[in-house]
Design a protein around this ligand. Structure first.
Ligand SMILES: Nc1ncnc2c1ncn2[C@@H]1O[C@H](COP(=O)(O)OP(=O)(O)OP(=O)(O)O)[C@@H](O)[C@H]1O
Ligand SMILES: [Mg+2]
Length: 295
């Protein structure tokens, strides 16, 4: 995947763990309990885009434009007023009951607010059930997401309703509909590393699978603390190039299958991030592909 296909998240440290950021035209979910920083994430994502010449539609089911501006100023993002004045940031403050269920109204609202392409779109938060009747829940949400993907790259925040350590069923949308799911958690002991971020899924590329501590810094917003070692772990390793080369040489005598196989081996090589020798896998695959059992 080329770097230019990526949309920087604006969250300091997160792009390194996600192959360069979100993929363009995707639905990216940020979930977590109350006060973990979901709205901060959404605003930081928006302001990063605005700061780099992008356009943003921020659909807020929670805070009014005035409240959003005030919170941004509190954290040190005073430029928000300028972006609104310039017409590059549109905040739509909605109440769930303003929409008819199931509804594609949200798409029309975004389109009207900002008739442009490659938008950053935020829905904060997607409450349950914001957009749909129970009966048409799945069909409708996936249709809305399909339309949103055409307009740009969306961040949706989801509030997990927690009961002690358990996340209550039914408080979230079906997560298989999202391309990326980031989970924010605050253990709440008041310690430095109480806040952690986990990437639950990120379609289309390798991603960090640890728990990363983060803090919310006045002035900057969310800052992740992945160690250099954790970041290195995601980088492709070249020390097994010889093993890959040998395997590719073995495909030469395998005709059509061999051609396809050598391309796949190259893909694997480009993405080999582990310290483990790939010879075992390469040998296994070559042997299986040589089998002539399909008539
Ligand atoms: N100006 C600030 N400087 C530093 N940290 C801040 C600042 N404003 C808020 N925070 C931190 O961010 C947290 C709340 O963040 P945010 O509103 O983004 O959370 P949320 O997940 O959206 O919560 P909610 O359940 O209210 O939607 C606060 O608990 C506070 O710790
Ligand atoms: Mg919030």
């Amino acid at each position: 995947m080329k770097k230019q296909d990526r949309i920087s998240t604006g969250i300091y440290g997160l792009d390194d763990l996600t192959g360069g950021g979100f993929r363009g035209n995707t639905i990216n979910v940020v979930r977590g309990g109350t006060g973990v920083g979901k709205t901060t994430f959404a605003l930081q994502y928006s302001l990063f885009g605005l700061g780099h010449g992008g356009k943003v539609v921020f659909v807020s089911f929670e805070m009014s434009e005035e409240q959003i501006i005030r919170d941004c100023i509190d954290i040190g993002w005073e430029e928000i007023g300028y972006h609104i004045e310039q017409g590059n940031l549109k905040i739509i403050h909605l109440f769930g009951e303003d929409l008819t269920f199931p509804s594609l109204d949200i798409i029309e609202m975004v389109r009207k607010a900002m008739p442009a392409q490659n938008l950053r779109i935020v829905i904060d938060p997607l409450t349950y059930p914001t957009f749909y009747s129970e009966k048409e829940e799945r069909k409708s949400l996936s249709t809305i997401f399909k339309e949103l993907r055409k307009l740009g790259t969306t961040v949706i925040t989801l509030e997990d309703l927690e009961d002690g350590n358990h996340i209550l069923e039914g408080s979230t949308m079906p997560l298989y509909l999202a391309d990326t799911v980031v989970y924010l958690q605050n253990l709440g002991f008041g310690e430095m590393y109480d806040r952690t971020l986990r990437i639950m899924k990120h379609r289309g590329s390798k991603h960090g699978d640890s728990l990363y501590p983060y803090s919310i810094e006045t002035g900057f917003g969310i800052v992740l603390r992945a160690s250099q070692k954790q970041i290195e772990r995601l980088k492709p390793k070249t020390k097994f190039d010889e093993q890959f080369k040998e395997a590719i040489e073995k495909t030469i005598t395998m005709g059509e299958i061999g051609k396809r196989l050598s391309a796949r081996i190259r893909v694997l090589q480009k993405n080999w991030t582990r310290d483990e020798d790939p010879s075992h896998i390469l040998k296994l695959v070559l042997e299986e592909e040589k089998k002539d059992t399909v008539k």
